[in-house]
Structures are given as structure tokens and as C-alpha cells.
Design a protein around this ligand. Structure first.
Ligand SMILES: NC(=O)c1ccc[n+]([C@@H]2O[C@H](COP(=O)([O-])OP(=O)(O)OC[C@H]3O[C@@H](n4cnc5c(N)ncnc54)[C@H](O)[C@@H]3O)[C@@H](O)[C@H]2O)c1
Length: 293
């Protein structure tokens, strides 16, 4: 465990937040998980339990470790539940105004010496840090999905992030058993700067009728040896998150090559956000996924 960190706060109990809570609890930290939705909090606790049980079934962890980890996670309806955390990891929706409001409220309750990390996929760490009272103790800690499985975490310093924060964040991420890639604070950092334009291009390929959903995914799985096709992966990430990242790239780099595909916009407007809403480029409501185009 990182020396100066014992208690970890997580804001946002969606697919990423519950994964971050899961790995932090397994690594021995006490975790307070907060979300505006009590429903999401309940679902997250059930998901974490299910994912830990799967790790027991695969002999990755013991039954004792599952019970202990689960016992280390407390759900908090109110932001004030995070007040004495040593680090708070924000993992709420990929919307800058929502994140800014969260940081504003968090800073009114969080002890002054605590660090704040954001799991944003694309938004400027420097800009997010400026909405807090502690830009020097603010850092981007970008986990990959699914958190318990993926090895990498990107660390992104804002312009004001101090060395002590960077070193503590590094020790904390290492204690979770993850590898680190350090990225500069430019739109979407490293992984999503490369990955999301590829996914957006796959959606253009569908939009222009070059191939259907199955053909595009099979082409990239079998032809480029990607473990998942790009449209399957987009559904897995969440189409709202994919669109937000493309918008940040488009606005932040002012280059038309990052223009979000109109078909991606249409799916998001329909509320077809991928797996999390049971419909996206595939329909997940039956026994097996069925392409929607
Ligand atoms: N999906 C991915 O593959 C992925 C990978 C890495 C990082 N991220 C980033 O992680 C963050 C979360 O993404 P996700 O996929 O878990 O999204 P999600 O939609 O599954 O979850 C978002 C959660 O945020 C909660 N929330 C919304 N407003 C809130 C508020 N004001 N206070 C507290 N909670 C609030 C929602 O209730 C929801 O539970 C985003 O910044 C995203 O870019 C996502």
C-alpha cells in the first residue's frame, strides 16, 4: 500500500467507479463509494460482489480475500462521507460541467491535505484542477475498462501538479498491481487519442455502407487480431463516453479529422449507449447480441 494513503474515496459508481473500488479494496485500502444515484450504488455493490466471486471461481483470489475486500467498501449517499479520505478518485460521467460541480462540492468537505485524482478519459487535467482549491494535489489517474482485468493506468500531470502528488499517485497505482504510462495533458492523452479515432472511423465505415456491423467487427478481429471488434468495443466503453471523447478531441485539437461520426451522435441521441443500456451497435436484450444495423 502507498504509505500516506489508507482511505480511498470513489465518486461515481458506474462501470469504472465500481472497478476502481474493487481493485482498491482488494489491495487493502478502505473504500468509500459515492454516487448521486442510490440505485447505482446498490447495483455497484452487487456488481463488485459478482466480479469478486468470479475471481474466486477462477482461483485468482481466495474466498477470504473476497469477503475482506467487500467488507472494506462502504457506500455513501452524501459527498460528506468522503471528508476524511486520503485520496478521492472521481469517476463520474464524462461531462466537464458535471465534474467541475463535483470538485467544487468535494472541496468544501474534503480534508485539505487529501489528493484528488480524476479518471477522465479525455478532459484537460489542468482545467479540471482549476475548479478545485488544490491544483498542486490534483492528478489524472486514468484506469482502463474492465479495471480488475486491465494492466494499464495512465498518469497525467496538470500544469500545477507537484512532485509529491505524482510520486504518491505512482506508488498508489503500483500498489494496485497496475503498470503506469505517463502521458502529457493533451486531449484524450495516449490510449484514447489513438483508440477513439479508430472506433470513430469504424462507425464512419458503417455509416458510409462499406460494411455492416458484423463485417466490420469480424474484419478487425480476424484481420488485425483485435480481441474485440471496434463496434463491440464502442458498446463496451459506452457510446456517450465515446462521443464525449471525440468532442474533446475535435474541440481541443481543432482538426476536422476528429469530427464525431453523425451515426454515433444519432445512437447517443436515441439513448442507445451500448451494453449499459442493453442496446447500441448490438441489441443485448436477448440470449446473444444481435447487430442493430
Ligand atoms: N467506459 C470506459 O471504458 C472508461 C474507461 C476509462 C475511463 N472512463 C471514464 O470514467 C468515467 C466514468 O465512466 P463510466 O464508463 O463508469 O460511466 P457510467 O455511465 O457507467 O457511470 C457514471 C456514474 O456517474 C454517476 N454520476 C453522475 N453524476 C454524478 C454526480 N454529480 N456525483 C456523483 N456521481 C455522479 C452516475 O450516476 C453513474 O453511476 C468517465 O469520466 C469516463 O470517461 C471510462
Amino acid at each position: 500500500m502507498a504509505d500516506s494513503i489508507q482511505k480511498v474515496g470513489v465518486i461515481g459508481a458506474g462501470q469504472m467507479g465500481n472497478g476502481v473500488a474493487h481493485v482498491a479494496a482488494l489491495a487493502g485500502y478502505s473504500v468509500i463509494l459515492h454516487d448521486v444515484s442510490t440505485e447505482r450504488l446498490k447495483e455497484a455493490m452487487a456488481t463488485i460482489n459478482g466480479n469478486l466471486a468470479r475471481q474466486v471461481a477462477r482461483n485468482v483470489i481466495t474466498e477470504d480475500a473476497r469477503k475482506t475486500a467487500l467488507g472494506r467498501i462502504t457506500a455513501a449517499d452524501a459527498m460528506s462521507g468522503l471528508s476524511d479520505c486520503d485520496i478521492v478518485l472521481e469517476s463520474a460521467v464524462e461531462k466537464e460541467e458535471v465534474k467541475r460541480e463535483i470538485f467544487h462540492e468535494l472541496c468544501t468537505v474534503l480534508k485539505p491535505e487529501a489528493l484528488i485524482g480524476s479518471n477522465t478519459s479525455s478532459i484537460s487535467i489542468t482545467r479540471l484542477a482549476s475548479s478545485t482549491d488544490r491544483p498542486e494535489r490534483f492528478i489524472g489517474i486514468h484506469f482502463m475498462n474492465p479495471v480488475p482485468v486491465m494492466e494499464l493506468v495512465e498518469l497525467i500531470r496538470g500544469i500545477a501538479t507537484d512532485d509529491a502528488t505524482f510520486e504518491t499517485a505512482k506508488a498508489f497505482v503500483t500498489s494496485l498491481g497496475k503498470q503506469i504510462a505517463v502521458a502529457e495533458d493533451f486531449p484524450a492523452f495516449i490510449v484514447n487519442r489513438i483508440l477513439l479515432p479508430m472506433i470513430n472511423e469504424a462507425i464512419y465505415t458503417l455509416y458510409e455502407g462499406v460494411g455492416n456491423v458484423e463485417a466490420i467487427d469480424a474484419a478487425m478481429r480476424l484481420g488485425a487480431h483485435h480481441p474485440m471488434g471496434p463496434l463491440e468495443l464502442a458498446d463496451f466503453i459506452g457510446l456517450d463516453t465515446c462521443l464525449s471523447i471525440m468532442q474533446v478531441l475535435h474541440e481541443g485539437l481543432a482538426d476536422s479529422k476528429y469530427r464525431p461520426c453523425p451515426l454515433l451522435v444519432k445512437y447517443v441521441e436515441a439513448g442507445w449507449l451500448g451494453r449499459k443500456t442493453s442496446r447500441g451497435f448490438y441489441d443485448y436484450r436477448g440470449d446473444k447480441p444481435v447487430p442493430t444495423r
